[in-house]
Design a binder for this molecule. Structure first.
Ligand SMILES: CC(C)(COP(=O)(O)OP(=O)(O)OC[C@H]1O[C@@H](n2cnc3c(N)ncnc32)[C@H](O)[C@@H]1OP(=O)(O)O)[C@@H](O)C(=O)NCCC(=O)NCCS
Length: 156
Protein backbone atom coordinates (compact mmCIF):
# COMPACT_ATOMS: atom_id res chain seq x y z
CA UNK A 1 0.00 0.00 0.00
CA UNK A 2 1.39 3.45 -0.95
CA UNK A 3 1.95 5.82 1.98
CA UNK A 4 0.43 9.32 1.74
CA UNK A 5 3.18 11.93 1.47
CA UNK A 6 2.43 14.90 3.77
CA UNK A 7 2.34 18.31 2.13
CA UNK A 8 5.36 20.43 3.07
CA UNK A 9 4.92 23.14 5.69
CA UNK A 10 6.33 26.59 5.00
CA UNK A 11 6.33 30.06 6.57
CA UNK A 12 6.17 33.37 4.76
CA UNK A 13 5.64 36.99 5.70
CA UNK A 14 1.99 38.03 5.71
CA UNK A 15 1.03 39.80 2.48
CA UNK A 16 -2.09 41.69 1.39
CA UNK A 17 -2.90 38.87 -1.04
CA UNK A 18 -3.14 36.45 1.93
CA UNK A 19 -5.94 38.48 3.54
CA UNK A 20 -9.00 36.79 1.96
CA UNK A 21 -7.89 33.38 3.28
CA UNK A 22 -6.77 34.83 6.61
CA UNK A 23 -10.09 36.64 7.13
CA UNK A 24 -11.98 33.43 6.42
CA UNK A 25 -9.95 31.61 9.10
CA UNK A 26 -10.23 34.55 11.51
CA UNK A 27 -14.05 34.53 11.23
CA UNK A 28 -14.22 30.78 11.72
CA UNK A 29 -11.83 30.74 14.69
CA UNK A 30 -12.97 33.71 16.82
CA UNK A 31 -16.37 34.88 18.03
CA UNK A 32 -15.02 38.44 18.11
CA UNK A 33 -12.61 38.58 15.22
CA UNK A 34 -10.29 41.16 13.69
CA UNK A 35 -11.45 43.12 10.64
CA UNK A 36 -9.52 43.40 7.39
CA UNK A 37 -8.63 46.98 8.38
CA UNK A 38 -6.90 45.80 11.56
CA UNK A 39 -4.72 43.39 9.56
CA UNK A 40 -3.94 46.13 7.02
CA UNK A 41 -3.04 48.57 9.81
CA UNK A 42 -0.73 45.99 11.41
CA UNK A 43 1.11 45.56 8.10
CA UNK A 44 1.21 49.31 7.51
CA UNK A 45 2.88 50.08 10.84
CA UNK A 46 5.41 47.28 10.28
CA UNK A 47 4.29 44.64 12.76
CA UNK A 48 5.66 41.22 11.87
CA UNK A 49 2.97 38.97 10.44
CA UNK A 50 3.85 35.38 9.55
CA UNK A 51 1.74 32.85 7.70
CA UNK A 52 2.03 29.07 7.93
CA UNK A 53 1.07 27.04 4.86
CA UNK A 54 0.63 23.33 4.37
CA UNK A 55 1.10 22.77 0.68
CA UNK A 56 -0.76 25.69 -0.90
CA UNK A 57 -3.27 26.12 1.91
CA UNK A 58 -2.92 28.71 4.68
CA UNK A 59 -3.43 26.86 7.98
CA UNK A 60 -2.53 29.59 10.46
CA UNK A 61 -0.89 32.93 11.12
CA UNK A 62 0.53 35.09 13.86
CA UNK A 63 1.39 38.75 14.35
CA UNK A 64 4.01 40.09 16.70
CA UNK A 65 4.92 43.73 17.43
CA UNK A 66 8.57 44.13 18.39
CA UNK A 67 9.91 47.36 19.91
CA UNK A 68 12.45 48.46 22.52
CA UNK A 69 13.54 44.90 23.26
CA UNK A 70 10.04 43.54 23.84
CA UNK A 71 7.84 41.40 21.61
CA UNK A 72 4.05 41.56 21.97
CA UNK A 73 2.09 38.69 20.46
CA UNK A 74 -1.04 40.32 19.00
CA UNK A 75 -2.67 37.39 17.23
CA UNK A 76 -2.07 33.65 16.90
CA UNK A 77 -4.63 31.62 15.01
CA UNK A 78 -4.98 28.21 13.39
CA UNK A 79 -7.82 27.25 11.06
CA UNK A 80 -10.39 25.24 13.06
CA UNK A 81 -10.14 22.52 10.38
CA UNK A 82 -6.45 22.07 11.26
CA UNK A 83 -6.36 22.66 15.02
CA UNK A 84 -4.79 20.00 17.19
CA UNK A 85 -2.17 19.07 14.56
CA UNK A 86 0.76 20.99 16.02
CA UNK A 87 0.42 24.09 13.84
CA UNK A 88 -0.23 26.45 16.77
CA UNK A 89 2.93 25.29 18.53
CA UNK A 90 4.93 25.50 15.27
CA UNK A 91 3.74 29.08 14.71
CA UNK A 92 4.46 30.12 18.28
CA UNK A 93 7.95 28.56 18.17
CA UNK A 94 8.60 30.39 14.91
CA UNK A 95 7.45 33.75 16.31
CA UNK A 96 9.56 33.24 19.44
CA UNK A 97 12.66 32.47 17.32
CA UNK A 98 11.92 35.48 15.11
CA UNK A 99 11.55 37.77 18.14
CA UNK A 100 14.89 36.55 19.54
CA UNK A 101 16.55 37.23 16.16
CA UNK A 102 15.08 40.74 16.28
CA UNK A 103 16.66 41.34 19.69
CA UNK A 104 13.63 40.94 21.96
CA UNK A 105 14.40 39.92 25.53
CA UNK A 106 10.83 39.05 26.47
CA UNK A 107 7.51 38.24 24.85
CA UNK A 108 4.15 39.36 26.26
CA UNK A 109 0.60 38.42 25.33
CA UNK A 110 -2.98 38.77 26.49
CA UNK A 111 -5.42 35.87 26.41
CA UNK A 112 -9.07 35.55 27.42
CA UNK A 113 -9.51 33.94 30.83
CA UNK A 114 -11.92 31.47 29.15
CA UNK A 115 -9.38 30.42 26.48
CA UNK A 116 -7.90 27.46 28.32
CA UNK A 117 -6.71 25.83 25.09
CA UNK A 118 -4.43 28.75 24.19
CA UNK A 119 -3.31 29.11 27.81
CA UNK A 120 -2.26 25.48 27.85
CA UNK A 121 -0.14 26.07 24.72
CA UNK A 122 1.46 29.20 26.21
CA UNK A 123 2.23 27.54 29.55
CA UNK A 124 3.77 24.53 27.80
CA UNK A 125 6.08 26.92 25.90
CA UNK A 126 7.27 28.44 29.17
CA UNK A 127 5.05 31.52 29.48
CA UNK A 128 4.09 32.53 33.02
CA UNK A 129 1.06 34.48 34.20
CA UNK A 130 2.09 37.97 35.31
CA UNK A 131 -1.13 39.96 35.48
CA UNK A 132 -4.73 40.59 34.57
CA UNK A 133 -6.53 43.28 32.54
CA UNK A 134 -10.15 43.53 33.72
CA UNK A 135 -12.71 43.89 30.91
CA UNK A 136 -10.02 43.89 28.21
CA UNK A 137 -12.00 41.94 25.59
CA UNK A 138 -15.47 42.41 24.13
CA UNK A 139 -17.75 39.47 24.93
CA UNK A 140 -21.21 38.19 24.09
CA UNK A 141 -24.18 39.51 26.10
CA UNK A 142 -25.01 39.34 28.94
CA UNK A 143 -21.31 39.42 29.92
CA UNK A 144 -20.35 42.41 27.67
CA UNK A 145 -16.62 42.37 28.62
CA UNK A 146 -14.19 39.58 29.50
CA UNK A 147 -10.94 39.83 31.48
CA UNK A 148 -7.55 39.10 29.94
CA UNK A 149 -4.64 37.33 31.55
CA UNK A 150 -1.20 38.67 30.69
CA UNK A 151 1.57 36.13 30.10
CA UNK A 152 5.31 36.70 29.75
CA UNK A 153 8.13 34.58 28.34
CA UNK A 154 11.77 35.38 29.05
CA UNK A 155 13.75 35.26 25.78
CA UNK A 156 17.15 36.28 27.16
C1 LIG B 1 -4.87 28.23 20.44
C2 LIG B 1 -4.49 27.66 19.06
C3 LIG B 1 -3.61 28.65 18.33
C4 LIG B 1 -3.71 26.34 19.27
O1 LIG B 1 -3.36 25.86 17.97
P1 LIG B 1 -3.41 24.29 17.63
O2 LIG B 1 -2.78 24.11 16.29
O3 LIG B 1 -4.78 23.79 17.83
O4 LIG B 1 -2.48 23.71 18.79
P2 LIG B 1 -1.41 22.53 18.68
O5 LIG B 1 -2.00 21.37 17.95
O6 LIG B 1 -0.11 23.08 18.20
O7 LIG B 1 -1.28 22.12 20.22
C5 LIG B 1 -0.42 22.89 21.04
C6 LIG B 1 -0.90 22.81 22.48
O8 LIG B 1 -2.13 23.50 22.62
C7 LIG B 1 -2.88 22.85 23.64
N1 LIG B 1 -4.09 22.28 23.05
C8 LIG B 1 -4.34 21.99 21.75
N2 LIG B 1 -5.59 21.49 21.62
C9 LIG B 1 -6.13 21.50 22.85
C10 LIG B 1 -7.40 21.13 23.38
N3 LIG B 1 -8.38 20.63 22.60
N4 LIG B 1 -7.61 21.30 24.71
C11 LIG B 1 -6.66 21.79 25.53
N5 LIG B 1 -5.42 22.16 25.07
C12 LIG B 1 -5.18 22.01 23.78
C13 LIG B 1 -2.00 21.75 24.20
O9 LIG B 1 -1.19 22.31 25.22
C14 LIG B 1 -1.14 21.42 23.00
O10 LIG B 1 0.07 20.82 23.35
P3 LIG B 1 0.19 19.20 23.29
O11 LIG B 1 -0.24 18.79 21.91
O12 LIG B 1 1.63 18.97 23.57
O13 LIG B 1 -0.73 18.70 24.36
C15 LIG B 1 -5.77 27.33 18.23
O14 LIG B 1 -6.60 26.51 18.99
C16 LIG B 1 -6.54 28.55 17.77
O15 LIG B 1 -6.22 29.14 16.75
N6 LIG B 1 -7.61 28.92 18.51
C17 LIG B 1 -8.49 30.03 18.11
C18 LIG B 1 -7.77 31.34 18.15
C19 LIG B 1 -7.17 31.61 19.52
O16 LIG B 1 -7.80 31.41 20.55
N7 LIG B 1 -5.91 32.12 19.51
C20 LIG B 1 -5.20 32.50 20.72
C21 LIG B 1 -5.55 33.90 21.09
S1 LIG B 1 -4.66 34.45 22.55
Amino acid sequence: MALAVPYPRSFHRMKVRDLPEILQIEQEAYRQCWTEQIFRDCMKVGYDGWVLQEGREIVGYGIVAIAVGEAHLLNLCVSPAHQGRGFGRALLDYLIDWSIQCGAGAMFLEVRVSNTRAQSLYRSCGFTLIGERPGYYPADPPVIREDAWVFRLDLS
